[in-house]
Design a binder for this molecule. Structure first.
Ligand code: SF4
Length: 447
């Protein structure tokens, strides 16, 4: 339901008290209509108005949170078709499947490897989110035993996958309160599993082969006031699946179809590890909320998690590091100074390459609003004068007697200006690409 600013204003207190930061209630209403303000910013909204306006201000794709309270995983909550319009909100949760037929020791080994897997990139720790237990044994007791082990060894989100509603019901009871995902209800089991999910505090994936069936099944749940739903629209090919993802997102965002405004879940198993990784990458780029891979292959995971980090970074707020002078290795007063911008990736790559070259150095990072080297230079934020002022204000001149500063090769043109700004310093033009820093250190700095 879309409301205009005037319609919203009629529901506000109309006292123009300004406590929300807007000069009038109408101005606040206009900001709310444009989704540029939160209803909670006005402390005086009546309960009645709040009920109406909350429904209006809900994202078109519902936020569904799963996992234990201590480690929740929020999914959905999206408001745009394309990340450059605003940003994507909750990144794709990525998980791995384990079968309940695995022997205890093998299960334990896999879970421990999965749990330990993580890596640092651009200042963030990237790691997996979900373990999905597949009911393949045909014995509910075996499934429950496996779930018990998984729950003990894995402290994040869990899904249970089966076509057998009785098995899912037992799993939900076993992990009651842990907000697991039951996957999946079909039109035939929707009533039974909807009641089970509601009673046990689980989320429910709804699987269907066609939009109409999916819509009808989700509507049933909604009528029973159950909304912790994941959509699993099955397709015959990757192409059809890709198309369906766009149609689902458009239906929720552009047509306001509430029954299709839920996060998605996808279980991948193409039989080929490379195709699995490609399909999972597609989920990350095209609206997937939860994706489960059949195996844990660190080579594929490193790409997937890095891709996810890139897609879910706010395009209007480049990830940046604090502008200051960083130590790489153990620099002394004899160490050279490198300079680059505070765009996170640039900082981490440059510092990593200096370290790989076995050099200890000072790394000066002036404020460049998170822009890359060339963009910052073009915007006038990485000029010789600006770098010179930063070096003086940072106290670097007292820290080093070496007085050698290396600038990125892409901004060789600022060297003259920098020499004027830093009399007594030797300005060296470094390589254009960070990958060439090692050779540069060997051939130029250490020669
Ligand atoms: S805080 Fe509420 S009542 Fe006050 S001006 Fe803002 S919208 Fe109006």
């Amino acid at each position: 339901m879309a409301l205009t600013g005037l319609q919203i204003q009629k529901l506000l207190p109309k006292t123009n008290c300004k406590e929300c930061g807007s000069s009038t209630c109408l101005a606040f209403a206009m900001r709310l209509a444009a989704k540029k303000a939160e209803l909670s910013e006005c402390p005086y909204v009546s309960e009645e108005a709040r009920a109406v306006l909350s429904a209006f201000s809900e994202p078109p794709i519902r936020t569904v949170t799963i996992g234990p309270e201590a480690r929740p995983l929020a999914t959905g909550g999206e408001t745009v078709l394309f990340r450059h319009e605003k940003t994507f909100v909750n990144q794709t949760g990525i998980g791995v499947a384990v079968a309940d037929t695995l022997e205890g020791s093998e299960l334990e080994q896999r879970l421990k490897a999965f749990r330990a897997y993580r890596f640092e990139r651009a200042g963030e720790t990237l790691r997996p989110d979900l373990v999905s237990v597949a009911y393949e044994s045909g014995t509910v007791d075996r499934l429950l035993m496996t779930l018990e082990r998984v729950a003990a060894l894995w402290d994040r989100s869990i899904a249970v996958r089966s076509d057998d509603a009785t098995a899912l019901q037992a799993a939900a009871a076993k992990l009651r309160g842990r907000r697991i995902v039951l996957a999946s209800a079909t039109p035939a089991t929707i009533d039974q599993l909807g009641a089970v999910a509601k009673e046990t505090g689980s989320a429910l994936a709804v699987a269907a082969d066609h939009f109409n069936d999916l819509y009808t099944a989700v509507e049933k749940l909604r009528q029973n006031d159950f909304k912790e739903i994941f959509l699993e629209l099955r397709a015959d090919s990757l192409c059809e699946h890709y198309q369906n993802r766009a149609l689902l997102r458009r239906a929720a965002l552009k047509s306001g179809i509430k029954a299709l405004g839920y996060p998605t879940i996808q279980f991948i198993n193409t039989g080929n590890p490379v195709d699995d990784a490609i399909a999972a990458g597609m989920e990350v780029t095209r609206y997937g909320s939860l994706v489960v891979l059949p195996d844990f292959d660190p080579a594929a995971w490193v790409s997937l998690l890095a891709l996810r980090q890139n897609i879910y970074t706010d395009p209007q707020k480049p990830i940046q590091v604090e502008p200051k002078v960083y130590s790489v290795g153990e620099p002394t007063e004899r160490s050279p100074v490198f300079v680059t911008t505070n765009f996170s990736l640039t900082y981490f790559i440059v510092s990593g390459e200096i370290e790989n070259a076995g050099l200890s150095a000072w790394l000066a990072i002036p404020e460049c609003e998170g822009m890359s080297v060339l963009t910052a230079w073009a915007a006038g934020k990485f000029s010789g004068a600006k770098i010179g002022s930063f070096v003086k204000e940072s106290g670097l001149e007292q820290q080093t007697k070496n007085r050698t500063i290396v600038i990125p090769g892409y901004v060789a043109q600022v060297s003259g200006e920098l020499e004027e700004a830093l009399p007594g310093w030797q300005v060296i033009v470094g390589p254009q690409e960070a990958g060439d820093i090692e050779g540069f250190v060997k051939n130029v700095l250490k020669s």
